[in-house]
Ligand binder design. Structure first.
Ligand code: NZQ
Ligand code: ZN
Length: 384
């Protein structure tokens, strides 16, 4: 097992009715700015619950954060927060609102005019406004991690930043807030969660027996519960399970002492930036192709995955690995999620376009750091 340090400071408040606890979680002396998306929280009653809990607080609002939150939009929120001299931010929504709020929190005290450097140069953040979160879409794990993914419309970029200063102080996870998710978003959440787990599990063995079993347990629970949410969107137990599984998938715990891959995510971000495909759907396209491309280097873990997750015990090692990858693809298909670029009418030009962007950035990914532009082009050609 590799060395690691682990500290996750996010307080989780989980369960039915937990939004009402906001009144005790934020000091009444603090001026709060609530951030939210395109209005789902106004239609499903979450906004009313939040406002009711904060009726004794001074509250201003910033709505309109879009999926794949944009720098241009977020900077308007930063300016409003600076003008209003906000003390605390409260993100109410899905991963995009939470990520956007992390950026707002870091950008408010950052050097005016250079806020994009937080992403483009990974400039060090020395300060951030404290914030909390009311989650309405289980998928990204953003509610319990220190990472955000922000897009810039002007340059069609989608970049990541991370800082211990942007862990939420608390996250409220009320499964009832997810009852109104459209099926597409529930499915996206399942697929995103699935790939967060595999990016930390399908690498190479480090003797981390517990982390392997945790990852396998999360996948098996996800495979059990995910389809039930599509059948019974208002089943509390199912929604509660999905919410806790997706938080656990990307709160750092299963990544302790093991390598991370993340190439699927980094390639996927480029596909969203260039073609506007939903985050999770890019992952469903890239993951099977990447696993096939990397099957020799990942052979030990892919064999273990085939056996322990999909109960595949027959055939040669190569056949078992391929059968495990095919099961993964079928799982995405069973959720109605395509796994080929051609399903989005995207041709071979995408392979070169993405590879060229990565080449310009001088980046390479994967658990060995050797998935560079050439390999990325090959992977995307396999995903045609
Ligand atoms: O904007 P509103 O009106 O709220 O509607 C949203 C949005 O249209 C809707 N929605 C959310 N909760 C709802 C609801 N509709 C009805 N009922 C509810 N309870 O769902 C739509 C999608 O929301 P979004 O927040 O964009 O989805 P998601 O949570 O999947 O977040 C995706 C973003 O997170 C980033 C992705 O790249 C993408 O930008 N990621 C962040 C990560 C992190 N911070 O660690 C890791 C992930 O890998 C991912 O990259
Ligand atoms: Zn993701």
């Amino acid at each position: 097992m590799n060395n690691f340090t682990y500290c996750n400071p996010v307080q989780i408040i989980f369960g039915k009715g937990s939004i009402s606890e906001l009144s005790d979680l934020i000091s009444p002396d603090e001026k709060v700015m609530i951030t939210y998306g395109g209005g789902s929280i106004k239609r499903n009653g979450v906004y009313d619950q939040v406002m009711d809990a904060l009726k004794n607080h001074v509250v201003v609002e910033y709505g309109g954060i879009e999926p794949n939150p944009r720098f241009e939009t977020l900077m308007q929120a930063v300016e409003k927060a600076r003008r209003e001299e906000i003390d605390f931010l409260l993100a109410v929504g899905g991963g995009s609102v939470v990520d956007g709020t992390k950026f707002i929190a870091a950008a408010i005290p950052f050097e005016p005019g250079n806020e994009w450097h937080i992403l483009s140069k990974r400039a060090e953040i020395e300060d951030a406004i404290p914030f909390g979160c009311v989650l309405t879409l289980p998928a990204t794990g953003s509610e319990m991690n220190p990472t955000a993914v922000i897009s810039r419309e002007e340059t069609a970029e989608k970049l990541v930043f991370s800082s211990p200063l942007v862990y939420p102080q608390f996250s409220i996870l009320d499964p009832e807030a997810t009852y109104t998710l459209p099926e597409r978003q529930t499915v996206n959440g399942i697929v995103d969660t699935f790939v967060h787990i595999t990016e930390q599990y399908l690498t190479f063995p480090t003797g981390a027996a517990l982390q392997d079993r945790q990852a396998e347990g999360l996948i098996l629970a996800l495979l059990d519960e995910g389809p039930k949410a599509l059948q019974s969107p208002r089943n509390y137990t199912v929604r509660a399970n999905l919410m806790w599984i997706s938080t656990q998938a990307l709160n750092g715990l299963i990544g302790c002492g093991v390598p991370g891959d993340w190439a699927t995510h980094m390639i996927g971000h480029e596909l969203t930036a260039l073609y506007g495909i939903d985050h999770a759907r890019t992952l469903a396209v890239v993951l099977p192709a990447l696993l096939r491309h990397q099957k020799d280097r990942k052979a030990d873990k892919l064999t273990q995955y085939a056996e322990r997750v999909w109960n595949i015990r027959e055939g040669s090692r190569d056949e078992r690995i391929e059968a495990g990858i095919a099961k993964t693809e079928n799982c995405f298909h069973s959720l109605g999620v395509p796994t080929r670029l051609s399903d989005y009418s995207i041709g071979a030009e995408a392979a070169d376009a993405v590879a060229e962007r990565i080449r310009k950035r001088g980046a390479s990914f994967g658990e060995h750091g050797d998935i560079g532009p050439k390999e990325i082009a090959e992977i995307l050609k396999l995903a045609m």
